[in-house]
Design a protein around this ligand. Sequence first.
Ligand code: GLN
Length: 438
Amino acid sequence: MADLVQRYLDALVAEFACVTDGALADYIPELTEVDPTGFGLTLSAADGFLYESGDARTEFTIQSISKPFTYALALDLSGPEAVDAKIGVEPSGDAFNEISVDEHTKAPKNAMINAGAIAAVSLVPGASPDERFSKIQEFYSACAGRPLDLDEDVYRSEKETGDRNRAIAYMLTSFGVLADPDDVLDVYFRQCSLKVTSVDLARMAATLARAGTNPQTGRRVTSAKVVQRTLSVMVTCGMYNGAGDWVSAVGMPAKSGVGGGITAVLPGQLGIGLYSPLLDGRGNSVRGVLACRAMSEQLGLHFLNVSRESRATIRAVYSAVDGVRVYEMHGDLMFAGAEKVARTVDRDSDGFSVAILDVSRVDTINDPARLLLAGMSTTLREAGKLGLLVDPDAAVIRPGRGFDDVVFSTLDDAVEAARLWTDGPTPPRRRRSASSSD
Ligand code: GLN
C-alpha cells in the first residue's frame, strides 16, 4: 500500500544506481572529494509525509538550487517591480555561468543563471553581508523545516576561485544592476555553500508545491504570488540550457545544482529531492535527471498531464460491520490522491480485517492511481486481510484483469462478501451485476 510507493522508489534507485555516466564537478577541490556513488531520493507528499530511499540524508552543498529561493525572497522583500527592473524572466539558452546580460535591457536574462542569481542577492535588503546572508539562511531553513548550516570549506574555495562570478558581478555593476559587487558575491558564495540533503530539497519543493506553506511545520514562509512567479521561472529556466528538453520530458518546475542535487515541484501535489553528484555536460545530475524522467512518466507527474487539478479526496470512512471498514472516494483520482488513500488504509489497517474501497463516485482516474489501488488488494491479502473494491463502472480494474473476485457493483454486495469472509474466511464470490460487461 503506502509500501508500494516506497518499493517503487527503492526499485528506481536500484535501477539507476547502475548508471555511472557523468563526472563530479571539479572547479573546486571539495566537490571532487565526494563519494561519486552517492544516490538519494526523497518524495514529500503535499501533507508532508516523506518517502526516503538510498542516501536520502547525505549532506551536500545546495549550489544553484539556492537560486530560486533567493529569487523568491527578493520578490517577497523588495516586491516584483524592483526585482523585474533588475532581472528578466526569459530563458537564456546559455550555460549557467555565461557572462551575459540581455542586449536591450542590460539586465540578467533570468534569476536561474549566475548573473541573475547574483543580482537577486543584491535585492535582499540588508545593511551588511552578514545581515543579508542571515535572512537568506533563515528563509531556506524555514522552507526545509530545519536549520541549514554552511560548509565553510566549500565557501572558502568558492570565494578563492570565483573569478568568473566576479567578472559577472563587476559587469553587472558597470550596467548599474548592483552597486556593491564584492559584498554581494560574498553572500552569493555563502548561499551556494549551505548544506542540504535530498530530504531538505523535497521539503523545500513541497513548500513551493503548497504555495508557500511548509507542510511539515505549517509555517507560511512566502506568498502564493511569489511562489507562482518562482515556479514559472523554474519551469522555463531551471535546468539551464536543458530547460526545453526538461519541460517536454519531465514537466515539473525544477532546479539543479553542481553539488548533485535536484529539487522538483508538482504544484499542489508533491515535492521531490534528489542527490547524485555525477553531472552531465550541462551541470545537471545524470541519475537525478533519469529518475525524474522515469517518475514523471511512470507516475504521471507532468504538470501539463491533467486538465483538472487532482482533488480526489476520501469522502467518508466508516465501519460497515465489525472488522469491515469502508473508504468512499470522490473527485479525480491521480497518483497523489491514490497515494493518500493507500497511506490512510495502511495507517488504519490494525483496526480492520476487510477494507472496502468505494470508487463509484470517482470522476476520473489515471493509470498510476489505478495500479496503486489494484496493488492494494494484493498487499492486503499478503497481510492476511482482504481488500474489496466497489467499482460499478470498472473504472479502476477492467474486467478480466484477474481481480474479479474482489470487484463489486454495489456496496451492499461488497459488505455481504466481507461479512461472509470475516465469519468464514472463505474467498468471496464474484458479485458483478449483469450490466457490467465482461
Ligand atoms: N557555486 C556555483 C557557481 O556559482 C554554482 C553553480 C551551479 O550549481 N550550477 O558557479
